[in-house]
Unconditional design. Structure first.
Length: 307
């Protein structure tokens, strides 16, 4: 069943960059409530219109024929709601969203979030394909105010950064790979810079030799003042990524974050990767990544609706 849902997700939203294993793990989580819609859940009405007759749960599907729509719900978060392109415009999405909201309300929640919860398939509702207009029509509003949410990408063949290297000291700041002995100081730095990122830096596997995700740090007078995660193949084979950039408040406006991003990206190119990806980032730090060559690939509508 997981493979079937994943296939529909990829068919409907091929532009979304997310590690297939991560998506399949989220889909298969037994804490989810999943609503499936199959061809046999519909009967022909006037002309070629199809009307919903029944919605199936993952645990007790009513049919074994083609899956045409799905909603994945965890607590009060809709992780995924998609309809096969051949069946869009027939009211299926509207009915599926209504059923999803009923499920969330029945579990005692007074608000629906579309996108990210404990984990995420997408951080929000993709705007490039206009999907956000459907949710806005049904009462959802962007919850981040004037801040946007973005994925960014760049072609590493076009990336040039010959003037600096990992191991250099630039304007009194040294840049190097972290080891496990740095964890306490990294935690202090990240807690000051962006406390929500602390949980990600606590994974001790990041500091082991050969890890696919490594931590690059900036150090001033023995104090770690900036951090960056640099990864390979975590969002797809042959795809590098950078993220979780953090700079202590007292060390900001010194170019530390931008230098970390450039050094991390240079490393990805040097190990032979062709593209670099940055997911789930924010308006106020876009220029840090743009100066390193990244461009906006996808913008998300961070939809929420009161019930």
């Amino acid at each position: 069943m997981t493979n079937e849902i994943y296939t529909l997700f990829r068919k409907t939203l091929p532009e979304i960059i997310r590690n297939p294993n991560t998506v399949e793990e989220i889909i298969s989580d037994r804490a989810n409530h999943i609503i499936l819609v199959r061809e046999s859940d519909y009967t022909n009405s006037v002309g070629n219109n199809l009307l919903p007759t029944e919605f199936s749960s993952l645990e007790n599907p009513s049919a074994t024929n083609k899956l045409i729509a799905v909603s994945i719900i965890r607590e009060n978060v809709i992780y995924l709601l998609c309809v096969d392109k051949n069946y869009q415009g027939r009211g299926i999405g509207t009915e599926l969203l209504r059923k999803s909201e009923e499920c969330i309300a029945a579990n005692g929640y007074n608000k629906v979030i579309a996108g990210a919860g404990i984990n995420y398939i997408m951080p929000g509702i993709p705007m490039n394909n206009g999907a956000h207009k459907f949710f806005a029509k049904h009462g959802y509003a962007h919850s981040w105010g004037d801040q946007g949410c973005f994925d960014m990408i760049q072609n590493l063949n076009d990336f040039e950064c010959a003037d600096i290297s990992i191991g250099d000291t630039i304007n009194g700041i040294s840049y190097r790979w972290a080891t496990i002995v740095d964890l306490c100081n990294i935690t202090k730095c990240v807690a000051d810079a962006h406390e929500e990122f602390v949980q990600y830096y606590q994974d001790t596997q990041l500091y082991e030799p050969g890890s696919k995700i490594s931590v690059l740090v900036a150090e001033a007078n023995g104090e770690i003042c900036g951090t960056l995660m640099v990864a390979q193949d975590t969002e797809g084979e042959g795809l590098g990524s950078v993220g979780c950039t953090a700079t202590m408040h007292k060390h900001r406006e010194k170019g530390i974050a931008g230098t970390l991003v450039k050094l991390g990206t240079k490393h990805l190119k040097e190990i032979g990767l062709k593209k670099a990806f940055l997911g789930y980032t924010y308006t106020y730090i876009l220029n840090i990544y743009r100066r390193a060559g990244y461009e906006v690939y996808m913008e998300y509508f961070m939809g929420e609706k009161p019930l």
